[in-house]
Design a binder for this molecule. Structure first.
Ligand SMILES: [Fe+2]
Length: 461
């Protein structure tokens, strides 16, 4: 196949306006703060798709794009912002060439050896652009189902992380850290048997369980997130099937096959036999949390879609609701916790594997027309009382809310938001006690931060 034509970025919804790639890399201290920064000592980090050069071929949001990690470091009431590209070998080669060499991952085009050298010829673009996690002394920029990239203290790229060869295929972008044991638990899907594996990292980052096949996984499925209880890894397998033959016909390799239904795997963390369950078809990107129930059942809170919106040709209403599935003796029982359209559910992650009450999410106020994939509100749902709290951003479009812990033990929520009208970006801090009151502090960021994906809070020390 010939080299694909450039994408018309000016007319691409996810490459223009708030989504336009940011090419500047800066490091600016003593940022202007409106309001009062509480006693937060640490760094908020966020990853997201940010193509290094204007793309060629297809650009499919949110699965294409290079990674850029943004950091807002808070200390003594001051704020510093730093951002860096995640420099994969493909990004480094493109920087040398001064232009995009790889196409989108749904394009059947691989740059030839005379353009990129024999080592990189016929490789896919690596995409560690989804999430950023700190565990066991490593700071990792994470891809969907591939090796992550380790970052240094100044966000410089240290290189591809295979954990001493124990995870050559990589891991999910959404591993979970057990706050009780300090372990990080991950899964990874792959296109060939065994299709799904799981792995465990000790609190020091050492691999204590190398990639272990999940018995009963029977086909290559796209699985974006997982949940963790004290006893189980919870994997919700929606019928988004990889069909690699399709890529050579110019079609997406992802094939939505709703007739297959959803399978759920409870994988015992002690290595016991996998328990499999079935339920009606839905699509899920993200979980909020899961926990064990008395009697051996499991509850998992997650965002349920009817079908995987942007990745299919499917048409029709597609609400994204916070739901709870109870899995166990009575099979799978799904109920709606809140009926607002939301995504990016997060909790205070010190409660991962335990019962939680508050789930924070991105959402839409309903009062204005918004660009595809953007939000203008944050919601906090109390899943016990049913109460919800709303903050409408007006012209500010927030990103995923992340729980921040302060040195005094008080809780806050942090989010990067960009103003639709002037494309200025802000780091917003909300008190977890009264988030509906709006931000208690707004940090003016020195450059526009493109709308992105997932982040994390790393306390200092
Ligand atoms: Fe995600």
């Amino acid at each position: 196949m010939n080299r694909p034509a450039p994408v018309d970025i000016a007319h691409h919804a996810h490459l223009s306006g708030m989504f336009a790639p940011q090419r500047d890399e800066v490091d600016v201290r003593d940022l202007e703060v409106e309001g009062h920064l509480p006693d937060l000592e640490g760094s908020y980090l966020r990853n997201g798709p940010n193509p290094r050069f204007d793309p060629i071929g297809q650009y499919v949001y949110p699965i294409d794009g290079d990674g850029m990690v943004h950091r807002v470091a808070l200390s003594g009431g001051t704020a510093r912002y730093t951002n860096r590209f995640v420099r994969t070998p493909q990004v480094v080669a493109e920087e040398k060439a001064g232009r995009a060499l790889w196409a989108g991952i749904t394009d059947p085009y691989f740059p030839p050896a005379d353009e990129v050298g024999s080592d990189l010829a016929n490789t896919m673009r690596e995409l560690p652009d989804i999430n950023v996690v700190r565990h066991g002394g490593r700071l990792l920029a994470l891809a969907e189902a591939a090796p992550p990239y380790a970052l240094g203290s100044e966000l410089e790229t240290l290189g591809r992380e295979t954990f001493g060869g124990a995870l050559p295929v990589g891991l999910t972008a959404h591993p979970k850290i057990d706050p009780h044991t300090g372990e990080m638990v991950a899964f990874c899907y792959m296109l060939d048997a065994p299709f799904l594996t799981w792995s465990v990292f000790g609190p020091d980052g050492a691999v204590v369980r190398a990639a272990t096949p999940i018995d009963g996984a029977d086909r290559p499925l796209m699985v974006h997130d997982m949940a963790l209880t004290e006893t189980y890894i919870v994997l919700i397998l929606a019928p988004m099937v990889f069909d690699l033959e399709k890529i050579f016909t110019g079609a997406s390799p992802l094939d939505w096959q709703p007739e297959l239904g959803v399978r759920i795997a409870l994988v015992p963390r002690d290595g016991g036999a996998v328990r499999w369950f079935s339920t009606d078809t839905f699509w899920m990107w993200h979980t909020a949390n899961a926990f064990d129930l008395p009697g051996g059942d499991v509850a998992v809170d997650y965002v349920e879609w009817r079908y995987p919106g942007a990745l299919t040709e499917h048409d029709g209403p597609n609400p994204s609701l916070l739901r709870r599935a109870v899995i166990g003796r009575d099979g799978v029982t799904r109920t709606t916790l809140h009926d607002r359209d939301i995504e990016f559910p997060r909790i205070d992650e010190r409660l991962w594997t335990d019962r939680h009450r508050v789930v924070a999410t991105l959402g839409r106020s309903g009062s204005q027309r918004l660009p595809s994939g953007s939000a203008d509100a944050l919601f906090w749902f109390d899943v016990d009382s049913g109460a919800d709290t709303v903050w409408s951003g007006g012209t500010l479009s927030p990103g995923e809310p992340v729980y921040l812990t302060s040195t005094s033990g008080a809780g806050y929520w942090g989010s990067i938001a960009t103003d639709f009208t002037d494309l200025t970006s802000w780091f917003l801090v909300f008190s977890a006690d009264d988030p509906g009151a709006g931000p208690c502090a707004r940090v003016r960021l020195p450059i526009r931060v493109p709308a992105g994906l997932h982040g994390t809070w790393v306390p200092s020390g």
